[in-house]
Design a protein around this ligand. Structure first.
Ligand code: UDX
Length: 440
C-alpha cells in the first residue's frame, strides 16, 4: 500500500520505517531540507536503537523514500499520516499550527480519495478542526475530493519505539467511517497477528485515549514519588513498599518506580495539555494538576538532599553527575530531571562534571560552554575531583560500577542515587554515605 508520512521527527520516522519494513511503499516528507538530505544518506537525527539500520535497509530496498515536495507527497499515498510536532503553547495547550498547516497542504493538493491519519498527539476535537480546514480549502478550490480523517494515536516509548510499533499492545483506530476503518485495518494487518490488537472507536474517544494512557502512567509515577517522600519521613523503604503493592495484580509492577521525576517529550506536555483541555471545558482537573505539581517538586528532591547534606553550602563543591538523558536508551534531554538538578547545583555555586552514554552532544547543544558545567567522556572521568556522585539516569552501565574506584575518587564518599540503583546496606558497609529516593 502507498503511504505518505508528514513529519520526519520521532513519531513520523518510526511510523514510516516500520510501515516500509512490512512491504508498504512509504514516502516521508519534511520541511527541513537538511534533515531530508541526511535521511537520504541514512543519517538519522535522533538516537533510537535499530532505527538507522532500518532507514538504510528500506531505502536500499526501494520501499522508503524522502522528499520535501508537497505535491509529490499528497499524490503518493492513499494514507496521509500527520506526524508533525504539537509543542506546548504559552498556556500549556498543544500548539496545532503544524498539524493544521499539513491539513491545508493536503487539501490544496489532493486529487482523489485520501485517508488523513492523525498520528501526532492532539487534543480532543483536532480531527474536527482538520476536517474544517479541508472543507474550507475545498470550498475555495471549488472541488469535492472525498476524504476521511482518522485518529490513530501512537504509543511509542523512546528507546523501544521500533519494538512498540512492530509488536504493539494495541492499535487504536478512531473513525466512524467503515471505508477508512477497512483500509487502516488492512494497513495494520501485519502488526495484528496472533491475537486481536486493533481497537476501533469514535474519533474523540481515540483522541482522548492517548492522553488518558499517558496521564495514567504519569499519575502512577507521581503517586509513587509522593509515597517515597512520605516513606522517608516515616522511616520506611519505598522499594519494599513498591514490591508489596506491585504483587497485587490490580496494581502491577510496572511504572511504579520512584525516582527524580518523569521527563521526556510526552508526559509533561500531555498532562499539561489535558489539564488545559479540561480548563477550556470549564472543568478543573485537580488530579492532573497534582500529578504535575508533584513531578515538578520531585525534580528538586535530589538537589534538596545534596543541599541538606552540605548544610546549604555548595560553594566551590564539585559533583559528578551520571546520566543526562531523561531515561536510558535515548539522547533526549527534553524536560529531563538532570537539567533541573545541574542548574540548581550550579546556581548554588557548585560545579558539575556530567557524563551520559548517549546525550553528550545534546547536552553540548543545550548548554554550550555553560560556566560550572564540564561535560566529560566517561563515568570515571566525571568522578575526578568530585566531592560526591549523583546518579540521575538508570543506564545499565551505572548499575554495577567499580565502587572501589568511586570510593577512591570521591572526596566526601557520598552517593545521591536518584534511581535507587544501589543497595543502601552494601554501600554503607563500603563506607559510603548513601542517599536514595524514599529510603529511610
Ligand atoms: C511515554 C509513554 O510510555 C509512551 O507510551 C508514549 O507514547 C510517550 O510517552 P517515553 O516518554 O518515551 O514514553 O518514556 P517512558 O519510558 O514512558 O518514561 C517516561 C518518564 O517516566 C521517564 O522520565 C522515566 O524515567 C519515568 N519513569 C517511568 C519513572 O520515573 N518511573 C517509572 O516507574 C517509569
Amino acid at each position: 500500500m502507498k503511504v505518505t508520512v508528514f513529519g520526519s521527527g520521532y513519531v513520523g520516522l518510526v511510523t514510516g520505517v516500520c510501515l516500509a519494513e512490512v512491504g508498504n511503499d512509504v514516502l516521508c516528507i519534511d520541511v527541513d531540507e537538511a534533515k531530508i538530505a541526511n535521511l537520504r544518506q541514512g543519517i538519522v537525527p535522533i538516537f533510537e536503537p535499530g532505527l538507522e539500520d532500518m532507514v538504510k535497509d528500506n531505502q536500499r530496498a526501494g520501499r522508503l523514500k524522502f522528499t520535501t515536495h508537497i505535491l509529490e507527497a499528497v499524490a503518493h499515498g492513499v494514507f496521509q499520516f500527520i506526524a508533525v510536532g504539537t509543542p506546548p503553547d504559552e498556556d500549556g495547550g498543544a500548539d496545532l499550527q503544524y498539524v493544521l498547516a499539513v491539513a491545508k497542504s493536503i487539501a490544496e493538493n489532493m486529487m482523489e480519495y485520501r485517508v488523513i491519519v492523525d498520528k501526532s498527539t492532539v487534543p480532543v476535537g483536532t480531527a474536527d478542526r482538520v476536517k474544517a480546514v479541508i472543507e474550507q480549502v475545498q470550498a475555495a478550490r471549488v472541488v469535492d475530493v472525498p476524504y476521511d480523517v482518522v485518529s490513530n494515536p501512537e504509543f511509542l516509548k523512546e528507546g523501544a519505539a521500533i519494538d512498540d510499533f512492530m509488536k504493539p499492545d494495541r492499535i487504536i483506530i478512531g473513525t466512524d467511517n467503515p471505508k477508512a476503518e477497512k483500509l487502516l485495518k488492512a494497513l495494520y494487518a501485519p502488526f495484528n497477528r496472533n491475537h486481536e490488537r486493533i481497537i476501533t472507536m469514535d474519533v474523540r474517544s481515540a483522541e482522548l485515549t492517548k492522553y488518558a494512557a499517558n496521564a495514567m502512567l504519569a499519575t502512577k509515577i507521581s503517586f509513587m514519588n509522593e509515597l517515597a517522600n512520605l516513606a522517608e519521613r516515616l522511616g520506611a523503604d519505598i522499594e519494599k513498599v513498591r514490591n508489596g503493592i506491585g504483587s497485587d495484580s490490580r496494581i502491577g509492577y510496572s511504572f511504579i518506580y520512584p525516582g527524580c521525576g518523569y521527563g521526556g517529550s510526552c508526559f509533561p506536555k500531555d498532562v499539561k495539555a489535558l489539564e488545559h483541555t479540561a480548563q477550556q471545558m470549564g472543568y478543573e482537573a485537580e488530579l492532573l494538576q497534582a500529578v504535575e505539581n508533584v513531578n515538578n517538586r520531585q525534580k528538586q528532591v535530589l538537589f534538596s538532599k545534596v543541599s541538606a547534606h552540605y548544610h546549604g553550602d555548595l560553594q566551590g563543591k564539585t559533583f559528578a553527575m551520571w546520566g543526562l538523558a531523561f531515561k536510558p536508551k535515548t539522547d533526549d534531554m527534553r524536560e529531563a530531571p538532570s537539567r533541573v538538578i545541574l542548574e540548581a547545583l550550579i546556581a548554588a555555586g557548585a560545579s558539575v562534571r556530567a557524563y551520559d552514554p548517549e546525550a553528550m552532544l545534546e547536552a553540548k547543544r543545550i548548554y554550550g560552554d555553560k560556566p560550572g558545567l564540564t561535560l566529560v567522556e566517561s563515568a570515571e572521568e566525571a568522578l575526578t575531583d568530585a566531592n560526591a556522585l549523583l546518579v540521575v539516569t538508570e543506564w545499565k552501565n551505572f548499575w554495577s560500577p567499580d565502587f572501589d574506584l568511586i570510593k577512591a575518587s570521591l572526596k566526601d564518599g557520598v552517593i545521591f542515587d536518584g534511581r535507587n540503583l544501589y543497595k543502601p546496606e552494601l554501600l554503607k558497609e563500603m563506607g559510603f554515605t548513601y542517599y536514595g529516593i524514599g529510603r529511610a
